[in-house]
Design a binder for this molecule. Structure first.
Ligand code: ADP
Ligand code: MG
Length: 620
């Protein structure tokens, strides 16, 4: 072009482009995410400026803050256009070539070591990822303060800038024309672009429109096309059903429908960024829909509950968390090796990762949701983010909110109430929530137990969420708080027993005296409960006492000493005769039995009989 000015890329940038061009990096898709992210940034900038200067947006289409994608299959061009702030000639020269960002050389170094290009965005050089798929790129840009310019480069160390006298005026914004390489022709397929936008940019805060083809039925006169006999037969059948037969119509040539391809704008990111909205303005229906798209769970079941909140201060983020209706089948099977977090991480509306285990502990990996942080650097990689100091704060707040959300399921569930009236109250409000906690418990109770084991900080909060049956609960679930509220005045410890089933436990001789004296005993029948109780030592200043273990105190009696004395010979003899052959610690006088004459008890720190059984079944 006659008016073109030539520039050389800054050395580091040139090196970076060489590496990208020759890269064997397989995930070339990332270029689209980077370009859309830039378009979105440019839109963010103009939107911000328009807050103080409304004129700046202009009128008509110009004021539409959107991103448009067009495909030209013949010319093999993919173009991405935004109505963002645009770039002046100066901007084009500086931003796209001559001023290396501080991160450039460190990125080049890193890329040479790892070959991983996914990091590119965080180093402020995301734009150049376009050369993963292109051998020639044109950037047409119009800034309010300047004329329209074209930046172009074949990544051969140089770029050119010309005043644009031949393209259509953009009004404002930037259009990137990507001349796709032969190996990158897949990016001319509409479905591919739809898939990528869904995957990486679904929650970009601006509409992303694709100039998409559409098959439409067009009516054309039938004489233009030969109509087959078969069709004529069909049409006569159809018309014979009508009351009045139009004989003329049968003879006369009719119209015929043919397929034709037309084009129209198709919105690709139809899911609104609801997390940015005020929770008060988001309907239940919207949350449900959002959950389905987020979790890719297209069943008709609704999430059990959700929590939508924002954190302010040192670390700013917005988050939506969902409790799904069902646990995935393999949730506990792969607990210790697989089990990725389902939380999607966004940084300023740009999707970063959905395999980010640093945001939630393992035991909460059943939650679905997203976090959108303004405090984290944009487009950073997993590796980089794992070290980011804000992350710990985010995680801590997320756990707190998640546990609050779960606690509320119980609070709002009338079946959970201690208050008999409330329990039986009938209202439609109530009914939606009724039974939700036991449903939650059935699906995810194990996660709460694993949480008690793993998360010492939140152990007490998690213990509040525990549910179990007891010797008095008549098949219903109860909580520790409810248990405590029913404790007898002289009772100090929380009594529990572990075993394989409630039926087995109810017959246990360990319960004889306790039942007779009207004490309530918690039944733990899940194998994980044995581990759980090794971590859960106390709750609200009350100790847990396994009633099959040593140490059970059912109130002292004045006869204790006397009994101990009078049976001394028997206990001594017993201890002596069993000590050699059995693993016996001691023989003691006990209050815990009623009909059964004697029972084998585990020492305070030993494994319960149930634990022995579990361990045995695991080694077999
Ligand atoms: P980053 O986005 O991290 O700054 P990039 O390499 O992706 O790094 O982009 C470099 C710069 O080019 C951006 O900071 C921006 O100034 C400019 N730029 C890129 N694309 C656009 C666009 N669509 N509209 C306006 N400016 C853009
Ligand atoms: Mg960028």
């Amino acid at each position: 072009r006659s008016n073109a000015e030539k520039f050389e890329f800054q050395a580091e940038v040139s090196r970076l482009m060489d590496i990208i061009i020759n890269s064997l990096y397989s995930n070339k898709d990332i270029f689209l995410r980077e370009l859309i992210s830039n378009a979105s940034d440019a839109l963010d900038k103009i939107r911000f400026l328009s807050l103080t200067d409304k004129e700046i947006l202009g009128e008509g289409d110009n004021a539409k803050l959107e991103i448009q994608i067009k495909l030209d299959k013949e010319k093999k061009i993919l173009s991405i256009r935004d109505r963002g702030i645009g770039m002046t000639k100066e901007d084009l020269i500086k931003n796209l070539g001559t001023i290396a960002k501080s991160g450039t050389s460190s990125f080049v170094e890193k890329m040479q070591k790892t070959g991983d290009l996914n990091l590119i965005g965080q180093f402020g050089v995301g734009f150049y990822s376009v050369y993963l798929v292109a051998d020639y790129v044109e950037v047409i840009s119009k800034h309010n303060d300047d004329k329209q310019y074209v930046w172009e480069s074949k990544a051969d160390g140089a770029f050119a800038i010309s005043e644009d006298t031949w393209n259509e005026p953009l009004g404002r914004g930037t259009e990137i024309r990507i001349h796709l390489r032969d190996e990158a022709q897949e990016y001319l397929e509409e479905f591919k672009l739809k898939e990528l936008v869904k995957k990486y940019s679904e929650f970009i805060n601006f509409p992303i429109n694709l100039w998409a083809s559409k098959e439409v039925d067009v009516e054309v006169p039938a004489d233009e096309v030969e109509s087959s006999e078969e069709e004529e037969e069909e049409s006569s059948k159809a018309s014979s059903e009508e009351e009045i037969e139009d004989e003329d119509a049968e003879k006369k040539p009719k119209t015929k429908t043919v397929k034709e391809t037309t084009y129209e704008w198709e919105l690709l990111n139809d899911v609104k960024a609801i997390w940015l909205r005020n929770p008060k303005d988001v309907t239940e229906e919207e949350y449900n829909k959002f959950y389905h798209s987020l979790a890719k769970d297209f069943s008709d079941e609704k999430p059990v509950t959700w929590s939508h909140f924002s954190a302010e201060g040192d670390v700013e983020f917005k988050a939506v968390l969902f409790v799904p209706p069902k646990a995935p089948r393999d949730l506990y099977e792969s607990y210790y090796n697989g089990n990725k977090s389902n939380l999607k991480l966004y940084v300023r509306r740009v999707f970063i990762s959905d395999e980010f285990d640093e945001l939630l502990p393992k035991y909460l990996s059943f939650l679905q949701g997203l976090v959108d942080s303004d405090s984290l650097p944009l487009n950073v990689s997993r590796e980089m983010l794992q070290q980011h100091s804000s992350l710990k704060t985010i995680k801590k707040k997320l756990i707190r909110k998640a546990l609050d959300m779960i606690r509320k399921i119980a609070e709002e569930d009338p079946d959970e109430s201690n208050d008999k009236e409330k329990k039986e109250e009938v209202s439609s409000d109530n009914d939606e929530k009724r039974g939700q906690y036991s449903k939650f418990w059935k699906e995810f109770g194990k996660s709460i137990k694993l949480g008690i084991i793993e998360d010492a900080t939140n152990r007490n909060r998690l213990a509040k969420l525990l549910r179990f049956e007891t010797s008095k609960s008549e098949g219903k679930l109860t909580s520790l708080d409810q248990y405590i509220s029913r404790m007898k005045s002289e009772q100090k410890d929380i009594f529990y027993i572990t075993g394989t089933s409630k039926e087995q436990l109810e017959k246990s001789p360990f319960l004889e005296q306790l039942k007779k004296k009207n004490y309530e005993v918690i039944f733990f029948t899940d194998p994980v409960d044995e581990y759980l109780m090794q971590y859960l030592m106390d709750y609200e200043d009350k100790k847990f006492q396994n009633v099959s273990k040593e140490g059970l105190k059912l109130g002292k009696s004045s006869k204790d000493k006397e009994l101990k004395e009078s049976f001394k010979d028997l206990t001594k003899w017993w201890k002596k005769s069993l000590a050699a052959s059995e693993n016996l610690d001691d023989v003691k006088i006990s209050h815990r039995l009623d009909n059964t004459p004697c029972v084998v008890v585990t020492s305070k720190f030993g494994w319960s009989a149930n634990m022995e059984r579990i361990m045995q079944s695991q080694t077999l």
